[in-house]
Design a protein around this ligand. Structure first.
Ligand SMILES: *[C@@H]1O[C@H](CO)[C@@H](O)[C@H](O)[C@H]1NC(C)=O
Ligand SMILES: *[C@@H]1O[C@H](CO)[C@@H](O)[C@H](O)[C@H]1NC(C)=O
Ligand SMILES: *[C@@H]1O[C@H](CO)[C@@H](O)[C@H](O)[C@H]1NC(C)=O
Ligand SMILES: *[C@@H]1O[C@H](CO)[C@@H](O)[C@H](O)[C@H]1NC(C)=O
Length: 188
């Protein structure tokens, strides 16, 4: 009895070793070839005390030395902004939106402009249904920044990959537009 128990458990061990090595091989392989690539733009119009009709985002948190109308000094450190921004296929704010970018950003460094982003692209059109979820550090002053695609639902079920952000335009502290190049390395 003892002998057969040992051989069964070594069979299991062999099985897990094989499964483990084939899984890591395919991960390495996929890492170099995105299975899906998409480009979108989204438009953030920040409430500034005068544009409540037009604004798509609002400051909902500020450090003690700031307020909820104007982004704080010291590179906006401590501000938390919630957004519900239109997503378009080109860089025109007035193009028909294909979805909404919904989430928040937190300015999280005093010395330089940098933020942390957590948001979803939410689609409900004939073209796309479902969501893509993003998270990561956004050093705004860099021309390109990579954040993680941590998951997805619907048409983007189990999506994983990297999104490259580029600031395509900005107007003072009221409007900015981000170009988002999404590369998925896991598609179902
Ligand atoms: C908010 O702070 C800005 C400066 O950071 C100041 O100019 C403005 O008057 C303040 N607004 C309110 C409503 O306190
Ligand atoms: C998606 O759009 C359809 C048709 O306009 C609507 O009935 C449905 O409630 C929407 N779903 C969500 C999650 O917004
Ligand atoms: C941002 O740009 C700086 C200077 O070009 C570079 O050293 C740094 O690695 C970049 N950071 C990211 C996260 O891309
Ligand atoms: C809304 O905000 C955008 C970006 O600042 C601006 O281009 C546009 O003219 C504004 N629209 C209205 C109706 O104020």
């Amino acid at each position: 009895m003892a002998a057969s128990k040992t051989s069964i458990s070594s069979l299991f061990l062999l099985f897990f070793l094989l499964v483990g090595s084939s899984a890591s091989l395919s991960r390495t392989h996929r890492a170099h070839h995105p299975c899906k690539t998409m480009i979108f733009y989204f438009h953030d119009i920040i409430y500034n005390g005068k544009n409540s009709k037009n604004a798509t985002s609002a400051i909902v948190g500020a450090p003690a030395w700031g307020n909820l109308t104007i982004l704080a000094g010291q590179n906006h450190f401590g501000n938390l902004v919630v957004f519900d921004d239109p997503i378009t296929l080109d860089n025109n704010l007035h193009s028909t939106p294909v979805g909404r970018a919904q989430g928040f950003y937190i300015y999280d460094k005093k010395d330089i402009f940098t933020a942390w982003l957590g948001f979803s692209f939410v689609f409900n059109s004939t073209e796309h249904k479902g969501s893509i979820n993003f998270a990561g550090a956004d050093p705004l002053m860099n021309k390109t920044r990579d954040i993680s695609v941590v998951g997805g639902t619907g048409d983007f079920f189990m999506a994983r990959g990297v999104a490259t952000l580029m600031t395509d335009a900005f107007e003072g502290e009221v409007y900015f537009r981000l170009r988002v190049d999404i590369n998925l390395y896991e598609c179902w």
